[in-house]
Design a protein. Sequence first.
Length: 115
Amino acid sequence: MKKLGGWGEETAVSYLRKKGFRILARNFRSRFGELDIVAKKDQTLVFFEVKTRKNSDIMKPFESVNSRKQEKIKILASEFLQKTNEGYRSVRFDVISVIKDKTSYLIEHIENAFD
């Protein structure tokens, strides 16, 4: 599963760069957990949670980002902001779902997935 997750994050980074995002951090860790990707576009800082699944899975990847996971991401985002101490016009939380089957993949990018 770790191999699939790593592939999904690499795929998400490539997608985000094509969309004009500048990647600021990957796998930002603290005692509270880990942020998958932190990126900037214009004056907006975006915290990305990346979920990767095989096509045969029943649940859509983004559905696993429940309220408990959202709270954890918010705490990590606050820590990131304190450490970087940069000003941003806005901050948001997005989820990227990467669904892979044997020969292809599908990316779903949900902007403002939660507040």
